[in-house]
Design a protein. Structure first.
Length: 358
């Protein structure tokens, strides 16, 4: 394990930035979680408490969106990610992930769609709801991303039950899912013909994926996910693949004890990259922008644990360079690149920040 720690550290540059910038606070927000751009000036934001806002980044005007989503907030759960339909300008449809149920009897991750009409959500439809409701407040997953074929990908974490959910395709939890925009299942999903399987599952063996993007060049869906103590991962999601948790991992229990001695097993995927020690990744973006000097093509990851934005450079899907960006800004929950190419951060209990290149 020491060997892997050393490899990680020699890639990490913290003494200087390759791009000079200032960090501008756009506005205060209590607990922003998910965000998506309607256009250059308007950012749609969720707060874990259940609030949805449209923020005009120029005027600082805030519009509160009325809705009656049945959100239960406890632990890591609440109103979480948000994603626009690819044809939002025409159909005004938005997708949400949130914790649905109640604290007394249990809850699980739900995915819903709605239309944004006159600053209210109308025609709310629950498209998917994890069936294994639990009183656990952990590992909801919840990231959303459309692919190039118009399918909606989303994640549900292992819900704190690593020994049951991630490796069992008849159970929800510890999975990446793929559905159509109306909630129906694509007929080429990998487990569509498996007896008893959750047919929305696209890949399994995940712990708690809280970052997701579509690669603009390949169209592939990438995720980052929380490991335990060590072993946070970046994965390129492929149909029907088993990503190993908890049968294989580069992490250990929070107490310091061993989860498994196996770092690889036949039939299980290796991560594209893993962090030791854990950074608690949340938010994930591909920087396809010329604004930040030579950063174009970088991968951006928010760190909840160490309170910075991390930039990674890849060559042939191998991480060759890491640097801390926006150190001490706070717990970076979400990372977004605006349509005009600027980096925005949603930071727990602080608000929205913009990176301004000098």
């Amino acid at each position: 394990m020491i060997r892997y720690i050393f490899i990680s550290l020699i890639l990490f540059v913290t003494t200087s930035y390759s791009q000079e910038f200032t960090i501008k606070k756009v506005l205060d927000l209590n607990e922003p979680w998910g965000s998506t751009f309607i256009n250059n000036n308007n950012l749609l934001i969720t707060e874990k408490s259940g609030k949805i806002k449209i923020i005009n980044l120029k005027t600082k005007e805030i519009i509160n969106i009325n809705h009656n989503l049945n959100v239960v907030e406890y632990g890591q759960g609440g109103l979480l990610d948000i994603e626009l339909h690819p044809n939002f300008d025409q159909n005004k449809t938005i997708f949400f992930s949130y914790s649905k149920g109640n604290k007394e009897n249990g809850a699980n991750t739900a995915i819903a769609s709605a239309k944004l009409i006159n600053n209210s959500l109308e025609n709310i439809k629950v498209l998917y709801h994890g069936e294994e409701q639990t009183k656990s407040s952990l590992h909801w997953g919840c990231r959303l991303q459309f692919d190039n074929d118009g399918y909606l990908f989303f994640t549900i974490g292992d819900r704190g039950n690593r020994n049951k959910n991630p490796q069992d395709i008849t159970l929800d939890g510890g999975k990446v899912y793929r559905i159509k925009e109306d909630g129906s299942i694509p007929n080429d999903n990998p487990f569509i013909s498996e007896n008893g399987a959750k047919t929305a599952i696209y890949s399994y063996g995940h712990r708690n994926p809280q970052g997701m993007f579509k690669h603009p060049k390949t169209g592939k869906i990438w995720t980052n996910e929380h490991g335990p103590r060590g072993g946070d991962e970046i994965n390129v999601v492929n149909s029907g693949r088993n990503y190993g948790w908890p049968k294989i991992t580069y992490g250990i229990n929070y107490s310091g004890t061993t989860i498994t001695n196996n770092k690889s097993l036949p039939g299980m995927e290796q991560p594209l990259y893993y962090w030791i020690p854990s950074i608690a990744p949340s938010g994930f973006a591909y920087l396809n922008s010329d604004i930040y000097s030579d950063w174009k093509g970088s991968i951006l990851v928010g760190s909840l644990k160490y309170m910075y934005l991390e930039r990674l450079v890849l060559d042939n899907n191998k991480v060759t360079y890491r640097e801390k960006v926006a150190e001490n800004v706070g717990r970076v929950r979400d990372v977004r690149v605006s349509p005009d190419g600027y980096i925005y951060l949603a930071v727990d209990n602080k608000g929205i920040f913009k990176l301004m290149p000098k």
